[in-house]
Design a protein around this ligand. Structure first.
Ligand SMILES: [Zn+2]
Length: 281
């Protein structure tokens, strides 16, 4: 006796499953609607970096160039994922977001979080790019960049690019703003909450306070940290991150304690990296 056939033969069901999976994959990879970027791209498997971005990593990121081949591939894939997850929005006269802009923003974010493979600043999924300093109606001042609790990172392209002109001058807007974002995602309600050790950060802040006092009292005219770092503990941390990557050895010689606390917060030691290609000792 023949088996009675169900309402849907197996082949039809399999075809549906196949096309369903293909559709989901297509949506994840190619659809750039805000909803998809904010909520779904995180499920995307790592894919290789699109070729258009790689020349910028080689040209602008000594950090990337110092990595081992295995870590380079990891860095590239993480940069691609960051780009996939963010909505880049041109503002104030910028007409197009270029691949160079995306590569410099994403590269800065991934450099700072390279010790934390699953951190992508998910709270900050929109990135606004202005051509130059822009006027903020909230602070009523001109800014080079800011990180906004509502989930937006704002950057000015001219200042961002200037930060990459020298790799040793201790000034880097991309790393500076990402450092603010890093501190914020650790303390506000969001999917990546509390990923680094708060006690080490508190210790860093205590040491920072001593340094800020010295600079403010004029006792330390030779401080490696520029005047702006004395604004508050968040600005000190952001400035320290810039110097940590761009003047690592001088930072270590100047204040080994602050330097080593930063290596523990970020899980990266740029001096060791430059020497061995590994992130830490
Ligand atoms: Zn700042």
């Amino acid at each position: 006796m023949e088996q009675p056939e169900g309402p849907y033969p197996l082949i039809v069901i399999l075809t549906f499953i196949f096309f369903g999976a293909a559709l989901v994959y297509y949506i994840l990879v190619y659809l750039d609607a805000p909803f998809v970027k904010k909520n779904l791209k995180k499920y995307l498997f790592y894919r290789n970096l699109q070729r258009i971005y790689q020349p910028y990593l080689i040209r602008y990121f000594p950090f990337y160039n110092a990595l081992s081949d295995r870590n380079k591939l990891k860095f590239e894939r993480r940069v691609q994922k960051f780009i996939d997850m963010k909505q880049f929005i041109p503002r104030g006269g910028i007409t197009d977001i270029t691949p160079e802009m995306k590569a410099l923003v994403a590269g800065s974010a991934i450099q700072l979080t390279f010790g934390y493979p699953s951190i992508y600043f998910r709270h900050f999924w929109r990135i606004l790019i202005y051509p130059d300093d822009y006027y903020s109606t909230i602070t009523q001042k001109y800014h080079k960049g800011e990180v906004n609790l509502g989930g937006i990172i704002v950057l000015s392209w001219k200042n961002l690019k200037d930060g990459f002109r020298s790799h040793t001058d201790g000034s880097h807007l991309g790393l500076h703003e990402m450092a603010h974002a890093l501190r914020l995602i650790n303390i506000i309600e969001n999917p990546e909450y509390d990923f680094f050790d708060r006690r080490i950060m508190q210790e860093f802040d205590r040491e920072a306070k001593k340094e800020i006092l010295k600079i403010s009292n004029g006792q330390n005219s030779t401080s490696i940290f520029r005047e702006y770092s004395t604004t508050n503990k968040d600005e000190f941390f952001a400035v320290a991150v810039e110097i940590f990557f761009e003047q690592s050895k001088a930072f270590y010689r100047y204040n080994p304690k602050l330097y080593s606390l930063l290596t523990r917060i970020l899980k990266i030691d740029p001096i060791v990296l430059a020497r061995t290609g590994k992130l830490m000792k």
